[in-house]
Write a protein that binds this ligand. Sequence first.
Ligand SMILES: [Zn+2]
Length: 180
Amino acid sequence: MNKEIKKYLLLISLPVISGVLLDWVLNHKILLLIVSTTKSVWNYLNLSFSVPLWGLILIFLLGFFCKNSVGWLFKKEPHHFKYTTDNIIGVSWEWEWNTTDGEIWHSEPVAYCPKCSFELKPYEYGDKGYSMGSRRNIKLKCDKCEFEESFKYHRDAVVEFASKEIDRKVKTGEYKDIVN
Ligand SMILES: [Zn+2]
C-alpha cells in the first residue's frame, strides 16, 4: 500500500479507533494489551512520520468526542416525549416523561387554568363522592381568573382519568395532532 494512502487512512480512522479503545480502557482496564496492539499496528504500517504527544492526546480527545456524539445520535427519545400538555375534561394538564430501567412512564399530570395558565386548586364540594363512597367531589378552581370546572368525582379519580386519557392518546397516536 502506498505510504501516503496509509498515512491518510490512519489519520481518518484514528479518532474512531481511539474512541473505542478508550472505552475499553475505561471499562476493562486492559491498557497494556491496547498499548502492545497499537505498537504492533504501528510497526506493521512502518510509518515514516512521527506524531508528537500532544497530537496523540488530541486524537484521543477527538475519539472520545466522536464516540459520545455517535452514542447521543443513537439514543433518540421516543416522539411522544414531546407530548407534555393537553386539554382534557375541560382543563389544561401538564406532565413530564421519564425512563426508569427501560420503562417509560409519565409523572402525575398537574391541572392548569385553560384561560390564564395558573395552576388550578381542587376544592371539595357537595355530599359524598358520586362513585367512591366516602370521598367528596371536587371543583378545580383558578385563584387568578375565577375559572372553575366541577366534577362528579373526587380528586384522585379526576387525575387518574386525565392520566389514562394521556396513555390512550399515546397508544392510538392521537397525541401527534397536538405535538405537530
Ligand atoms: Zn385562570
